[in-house]
Design a protein around this ligand. Structure first.
Ligand code: GDP
Ligand code: MG
Length: 724
């Protein structure tokens, strides 16, 4: 018999780690909520034959079965709609109280449930003890202890879950609510009997008691029945003097409290754990930001300037410049390839794709750092620290998580915005997430830094801070518009204990991100490269269409020149730069690839010139920085635009987002170039005046007063370790 087992639990409880261990899959494991936004399926190891197939479904992390976030909706619809044969409820053993809240709801679903208490390695290390037998009795289902990370107890868990799924023995919650609540629920159950599956009556009754709008809607009960139910609810509310939803929540917490008292023993002496000590410093009100800046500086410094640059230089100059390019050239000439063919292969594909691939080592170094920071737990702290700051500007700290993910790639970053409950916050986050330099923008940064700033170490981190500044300023400006007014939702996120990530995990995550970059180079970048090469090699010369001698006569030059004037005020009205920025809309890696073809990186090896020399000759440093900033902030690549479209799910909002991003990029780059040239070269003109007017408008939009409640929202960490 084929069985389907769902894996449900709070964010960060170790679901994905367990899923990977049990299915041999390689899903991404991150130390913050929102990494798994879509459910994933895999076959249990040892249960892959048709006869006893068992499928495990990794659901998004949720705190409850209320429909407040998209993840909750995804998980809940799955559990109710598809009725898995069993649910493994994975619980973070170091955080029982909060995790058990979901458990109390899962057991009501009328599905066989088995509870797996994870992170037992940490629980034991903290000197805490759990009485599993008692807990099992209190909850009403089997409870097992595991460590997903260390692989302890997971096989037994899987076997038990499969057996449970096969037996079909539905879990009956051991807990009952207060007499009057149970009374109302019983009435409601009676009223909806026949409308829903027998085994789910209790769950539906409780949800109706809570006046869950989605459930009310889905059941399509007639008005009379609803009114009847409402009577039951109101009479209970009067008796308990509270609203029905709070009554249920309150009762659940009382129940959890009694369970914990029953089965959990804390160590006697409350010492400060190492994590707490580190947090004292790292999340300190004054030190947090400087520490973050230093950490980011080191990360970018090492990956872009030192180790990464060394490897990338070697790949570009030696591997491609001295070996592959001349090698390919002479090999092709020897076998007698025609000129245009050699041109396409060497000057087009190898130069274009090679220019992109050259950055792979640099990116891998960066990704390894980010993976380390993620899985050791520091990134979660950053979200917490940033929340304190973001909140002042009307953004939620939760917006920072998509941005962190966006440092790798904007697409999952945009998707991670699903963790944000508030719709306006979410839209704002989708609009601003791609301001953060993603992995594909890194080569552009490295190119500009290398070509025009002599590899100055401040360029790369500055790109990062320009991104953050753009987000914060956007937050301030947009929040004052009607579209986005309102307070950000309170931020609740747990801070996992620090731990040393496994080398395997860091390498896997580094490779996953790096590989998708390489894959792109082999597909979309390759196609774009061929197009760019074709368009720059052919054109009209002496009145006929042919392979052009002078690139300025090419089709590409024609296209570029037609739009280049738009960018003249930004300092890079050269058609080549315009073309590069446009190909960047397909994929940001193309910017570098296009330069690679247009400035003939292929010839580097022969004349021995500095790779980036020709680019340096065509722009001033100020113009190059303006070019960099434009490419950082403007509309992202096709893939990310697609993600924006999907997540906004509304064509008007999509164009708002793209328009806003590109508009902001234009204005900021213009100001940088105009003010920059005024300061460096003393040039003053109409552009300078325009820049000052724009800056004035910008400042006005930032500081203009607006009426908005100035409520102090208290940020709390669930563990209560830190308070803002
Ligand atoms: P998910 O959000 O529920 O999918 O959780 P993940 O699988 O992404 O895990 C969150 C973090 O907890 C990761 O850093 C894991 O390495 C860590 N983790 C998972 N299971 C264990 C465990 O049993 N012990 C310890 N110490 N850490 C774990
Ligand atoms: Mg996960």
């Amino acid at each position: 018999m084929k069985v389907k087992i769902a894996l449900a639990g709070n964010p960060n409880s170790g679901k994905t780690t367990l899923f990977n261990a049990l299915t041999g899959s390689n899903q991404f494991v991150g130390n913050w909520p929102g990494v798994t936004v879509e459910k994933k399926e895999g076959r249990l190891k040892g249960h892959s034959d048709k006869a006893d197939e068992a499928v495990l479904v990794d659901l998004p992390g949720i705190y409850s079965l209320s429909p407040y976030t998209l993840e909750e909706v995804v998980s809940r619809n799955f559990l109710i709609g598809e009725r898995p044969d069993a649910v493994i409820n994975i619980i973070d053993g170091t955080n029982l109280e909060r995790n058990l809240y979901l458990t109390t709801q899962l057991t009501e679903l009328g599905i066989p449930v088995i509870v797996a208490i994870n992170m037992m390695d940490l629980v034991r290390k903290n000197g805490e003890m759990l009485n599993v037998e008692r807990l099992s009795k209190d909850i009403g289902c089997k409870v097992v202890e595991i460590s997903a990370l260390k692989g302890e107890g997971i096989e037994q868990l899987a076997e038990r879950a499969v057996a449970l799924a096969r037996s079909g023995k539905k879990t009956v919650p051991a807990h009952s609510f207060d007499g009057c609540v149970e009374h109302a629920i019983a009435h409601i159950e009676e009223a909806i009997s026949g409308h829903v599956d027998k085994s789910m009556e209790r769950w539906y009754a409780i949800k109706l008691f809570e006046r869950d709008a989605k459930v009310q809607e889905s059941l399509k009960l007639d008005a009379e029945l609803l009114a009847h139910i409402e009577e039951d609810i109101v009479s209970c509310e009067q008796e308990m003097d509270d609203d029905s939803e709070s009554i249920i929540t309150g009762e659940r917490y009382n129940y959890i409290g009694s369970m914990i008292e029953d089965c959990y023993t804390k160590r006697v002496r409350q010492q400060m754990s190492v994590s707490d000590k580190i947090d004292r410093v790292v999340t300190n009100r004054f030190l947090a930001l400087p520490i973050f800046a230093v950490v980011m500086y080191i990360v970018y410094y090492v990956s872009v300037t030192t180790v990464g640059a060394f490897l990338t230089d070697w790949t570009n100059d030696t591997l491609f410049g001295e070996w592959i390019l001349p090698g390919a050239q002479s090999a092709l000439e020897q076998i007698g390839c025609s000129d245009w063919m050699v041109g396409l292969l060497v000057d087009g594909i190898v130069s274009g794709v090679g220019a992109v691939l050259g950055f792979v080592p640099q990116m891998l170094v960066l990704f390894a750092f980010l993976a380390f920071l993620e899985s050791c737990g520091y990134m979660a702290r950053i979200a917490f620290i940033m929340d304190r700051i973001f909140r002042k500007f009307g953004l939620s700290g939760k917006s920072f998580i998509p941005m962190l993910i966006g440092t790798g790639c904007g697409v999952p970053g945009i998707m991670a915005s699903r963790t944000i409950e508030n719709d306006r916050d979410r839209k704002m986050t989708i609009m601003t997430t791609t301001f953060i330099p993603c992995g594909a923008k890194l080569p552009i940064i490295a190119l500009i830094a290398g070509a025009l700033f002599d590899g100055a170490p401040w360029v790369a981190p500055s790109a990062y801070f320009v991104g953050i500044a753009a987000i914060i300023c956007s937050g301030i400006m947009l929040k004052k518009t009607k579209l986005f007014a309102g307070d950000p939702a309170p931020f609740v996120m747990e801070l996992p204990a620090y731990h040393m990530p496994t080398v395997e995990n860091v390498l896997r995550s580094m490779w996953e991100r790096g590989w998708s970059f390489i894959k792109k180079a082999g597909t979309i970048i390759l196609v774009s490269t061929i197009f760019v090469w074709f368009a720059q090699s052919f054109g009209i010369e002496d009145g006929s269409f042919c392979m052009v001698e002078d690139m300025n006569n090419s089709i590409l030059a024609g296209i570029g020149s037609a739009v280049a004037w738009i960018f003249t005020p930004l300092g890079w009205g050269d058609w080549k730069a315009a073309v590069a920025a446009i190909t960047g809309l397909v994929a940001k890696e193309n910017v570098v690839g296009t330069f690679g073809i247009l400035y003939g990186f292929g010839e580097v090896a022969e004349d021995g010139a500095e790779v980036w020399g020709s680019l340096a000759g065509s722009m001033s440093a100020v113009a190059a920085y303006s070019f960099l900033v434009f490419n950082l902030l403007c509309a992202p690549c096709f893939a990310a635009m697609g993600a924006i479209m999907r997540e906004m799910n509304n064509i008007r909002w999509f164009w708002y987002a793209i328009g806003y991003q590109t508009g902001l990029a234009y204005v900021v780059s213009l100001c940088i170039y105009q003010v920059g040239t005024l300061l460096t070269a003393g040039t003053f003109g109409i552009g300078t005046i325009a820049a000052f007017v724009l800056i004035a408008c910008f400042i006005y939009l930032l500081v203009r007063p607006h009426k908005e409640s100035q409520d102090l929202t208290v940020v709390r960490s669930v563990q209560g370790k830190l308070s803002a």
